[in-house]
Design a protein around this ligand. Structure first.
Ligand code: NAD
Length: 512
């Protein structure tokens, strides 16, 4: 049994299943996953039953919950219409209509088309499978009788709901930025990464361009002390760098106009620095995010905010309690207070302006290209320089560690499947005492406890962080790297590039 699939002029797919008639009627397989290679999954099926003349539509969903629809008449005939509402598409505003019937074909309407139909017979049942679940906030529509479209609905005495009569005309409607095509070959996207010369941002750019070589990345970074262009040395792909502060709305607006997404890593990120001078933290982490949200408000570009587990405050050292997406915020140092403020702004902008924004709060990252002021690179650099590795207090603080590449794959999934306005916690579940991480790094370097030195604790030092990432895991994410394997790779990177990191740490005088 098979299907004949034909692409139409505006990019719909007409699908004719094989039909097996016999004196009893007919049999037909109308959908089979293996016969539709490259089509997305369909997590929701809808069935509508309509009187003759009823028009439903024209509907579509914007943002990550944009829907592809596989539409089939189960009883009766329908006049099925799809209108191209993709911004910048060569066929924007063009529409096609097909008559569907139980023994005829189905139509697959990719994301980016408004869809509607009219029932041509009494008791018409239409079954449509959709590639994203219904999302009230993302739902949009255009008027079925928009004169600019001039759709000749066959039955003039149309029955239309008040809701469907209330949609704007196409010229006033919110257009769709295409996010995906079938066949796994979606249109190339332009992603703006902010703070991409820092640790996680640079890893993310490497990850993105190697995962999606047809995409382009624009990296906007103010080049603070934490930026290092060497983090992207040898990068391949369509990449551009713009030196700018995220507070520079003019630059950001210009770049965002034709971008598909902004992923914001730009921040002051070191807790110790926030304790000695918090002003730059307010500037980048709060004002900067506010400026970006204003750009999002004006362009409608998809926005993802990179945040931290530290916004939730500290857990008791003993016990297995973890933070989840509903946990109250309780930031306990200036750095986490600014990150919390940013998260609240993102949430508020979603609630107020319905912006296509998401947040991820991730646990402690480790991996290549981190600044040597942070625990793991500092341990390697100090140990190799013959300088003691400082451990705060008794070193019993617990951090939840994740390899940076696993963080990047989580962001990737959220960008593709995250729901606007939602928060996702990212954790690989590797809870470790700081002192044990230092010990393990030293042992990989062939060194022992004598390389450590316990120093007075940081004021307000949080005791334990731990996150429950089950919401993200339910969407299909899981970390690929074990802690031990990832730590070995990380230490190897810092050993191989020791000179560079020692220079950054101001430790070259210890070089031997
Ligand atoms: P980083 O300090 O290594 O890099 C930050 C980058 O942002 C730097 O290149 C810097 O020049 C740039 N930047 C700072 N202010 C800017 C501004 N106003 N405009 C433009 N660029 C600016 O930080 P990181 O460790 O890579 O962290 C990246 C993000 O991830 C931060 O938002 C941080 O809060 C978050 N985060 C980090 C961790 C972690 O373990 N490192 C964990 C969870 C969340």
């Amino acid at each position: 049994m098979g299907f004949k699939i034909q692409k139409t002029n505006i990019g719909l797919y007409l699908i004719k299943p094989d039909l097996y008639p016999d004196p009893r009627g007919f049999f037909s397989e109308v959908y089979k996953k293996s016969s539709f290679p490259g089509f997305p999954d369909f997590p929701q099926d809808n069935l509508s039953f309509s009187k003759r003349g009823v028009i439903r539509g024209l509907h579509y969903q914007v943002g990550p919950s944009a829907q592809g629809k596989l539409v089939r008449a189960v009883t009766g005939r329908v006049y099925d219409v799809a209108v191209d509402v993709r911004e910048g598409s060569g066929t924007l505003g063009k529409w096609e209509a097909y008559e569907l019937s139980p023994d005829g074909f189905s139509v697959y309407i990719p994301p980016g088309f408004a869809h509607g139909f009219q029932a041509l017979e009494e008791g018409t049942a239409v079954l449509y499978k959709v590639t994203a679940e219904y999302d009230k906030n993302a739902e949009r529509g255009i008027r079925y009788d928009d004169p600019d479209l001039g759709i000749p609905w066959p039955i003039k005495e149309a029955v239309v709901s008040d809701k469907d009569r209330g949609w704007p005309r196409l010229r006033d409607a919110e257009l769709m930025r295409p996010r995906g095509e079938i066949g796994g070959r979606r249109k190339p996207m332009k992603i703006i990464v902010t703070g991409g010369l820092g640790f996680i941002g640079s890893n993310f750019i490497r990850y993105w361009l190697s995962s999606y070589p047809r995409d382009s990345v624009v990296n906007v970074d103010a080049m603070t002390y934490a930026a290092d262009p060497d983090n992207l040395a040898g990068l391949k792909g369509d990449y551009a760098f713009v030196k700018a502060d995220i507070n520079d709305s003019e630059v950001m607006l210009r770049l965002a106009k034709d971008a598909d997404a902004i992923v914001n890593f730009a921040a002051e990120s070191h807790v110790d620095r926030s304790i000695s001078d918090s002003f730059p933290f307010l500037h980048s982490n709060v004002m900067g995010v506010h400026s970006l949200l204003e750009v999002v408000r004006r362009t409608g570009v998809r926005f993802h905010q990179i945040s931290t587990d530290e916004v939730y405050g500290s857990l008791p050292l003993e016990g297995s309690k973890k933070f989840d997406e509903g946990s109250p915020y309780n930031p306990r140092n200036p750095y986490s207070a600014t990150k919390a403020a940013a998260d609240f702004l993102v949430r508020a902008y979603h609630n107020t302006y319905r912006l296509p924004v998401t947040i991820s709060n991730c646990s402690n990252n480790f991996g290549p290209y981190q600044h040597p002021e942070k625990l793991i690179p500092k341990t390697v650099v100090n140990a190799l320089s013959g300088k003691k590795v400082p451990v705060y207090g008794d070193g019993k603080q617990v951090r939840d560690w994740i390899y940076v590449e696993d963080h990047c794959s989580a962001i990737d999934l959220i960008l593709r499947k995250g729901e606007p306005g939602e928060t996702y916690l990212v954790s690989a579940g590797n809870e470790k005492h700081n002192v044990d991480v230092v010990r393990q790094v030293l042992s990989l370097l062939g060194k022992g406890e004598e390389a450590m030195e316990f120093v007075p604790d940081r004021p307000g030092h949080d005791v334990r962080y731990a996150l429950d990432a089950s919401k993200l895991m339910a969407m299909g994410w899981k970390p690929r790297f074990s802690f031990d394997e990832a730590l070995r790779l990380t230490v190897e990177h810092y050993v191989e590039n020791y000179e560079r990191y020692a220079r950054k740490a101001g430790l070259m005088r210890f070089w031997r």
